[in-house]
Ligand binder design. Structure first.
Ligand code: GLP
Length: 261
């Protein structure tokens, strides 16, 4: 795991966007795993800027989102479909047929999950999976106790995650309790992972993920088993890391040619 600590979320987001842009320029038909939540918003904003001002071309890029709420139609304002279209997909030149987000209204959930896994495989696998981190250390919607070998499937959200995500729903509305999410095994199969965590409320989860034991009770700790993970943090999210000075030292001495690799 490479731990990159930036002074603030804007610099951290810019760095993550540069990694993604480098990937797209090197392989124009890259397969990107995308995430929702507030953490990737700065990255998406920067990618849109690069598309508009620097001609970053998404015309061949394929995308697969991590998860979606069950019971919300794609046009529902709190659905992850809507979130993705608003914050990235409609603002770059992605082909609609290259965009994949699980359909939360599907009748046969297990069939959809199987098809989702097959589509990722048919696309050649995920080149980079972008990830946020839940305060309970979930990735995607893989809540504590999720199997580290899990594939795309239905999950029930924990009370903590429902509380954390209540801000995305109106007061009168109850957030769905069930979701479709890529599994931890699906995420671990991607060739590279880029995890973003910002703010002091993520510091406990970050410390467990990076410096704790690999356990299903800390789903993100499974990333310790992945050969190529970059964890991009702002200072507050890194505040509980025992070895933060060491990570900073390693990053400061990284050879230039390796910076975006
Ligand atoms: C949701 C998403 C996760 C995301 C997490 C953190 O639960 N399913 O993919 O990482 O929220 O959200 P935020 O970035 O808003 O803190």
């Amino acid at each position: 795991m490479e731990i990159i600590i930036q002074p603030d979320w804007e610099l951290a987001s810019r760095l993550a966007a540069q990694v993604l842009a480098h990937q797209i320029r090197r392989k124009p038909d890259s397969v990107l795993g995308l995430a929702t939540g507030s953490s990737p918003l700065g990255v998406y904003r920067e990618l849109i800027r690069m598309h508009r001002e620097e001609g970053l071309d998404f015309s061949q890029v394929r995308t697969f989102n991590l998860d979606e709420y069950i019971g919300l139609p794609p046009e529902h304002p709190s659905s992850y479909h809507c979130f993705m279209h608003e914050h990235l997909l409609d603002q770059v030149n992605l082909k609609p047929s290259n965009i994949h987000i699980p359909n939360g209204m599907t009748k046969d959930i297990s069939l959809l999950c199987r098809h989702y896994e097959e589509s990722i495989e048919r696309a050649g696998g995920l080149d980079i999976q972008l990830l946020g981190l839940g305060t309970n250390a979930h990735i995607g919607f893989n809540e504590p106790s999720s199997s580290l070998a899990s594939r795309t499937r239905i999950k029930t959200l924990s009370e903590r995650t429902l509380r954390d995500n209540a801000r995305f729903f109106s007061d009168s509305e109850e957030a769905p309790r069930h979701v479709i999410t890529m599994g931890i095994g699906t995420i671990l199969d991607s060739r590279r992972c880029l995890l973003l965590a910002f703010g002091s409320k993520k510091a406990g989860a970050v410390a467990k993920m990076v410096e704790g034991a690999v356990t299903a009770m800390v789903p993100a700790s499974a990333l310790q088993l992945h050969p190529r993970v970059q964890v991009i943090l702002d200072s507050p999210a890194a505040s509980l890391l025992e070895h933060r000075r060491y990570y900073q030292w390693v990053f400061d001495h990284k050879p230039d040619w390796q910076r975006l690799e």
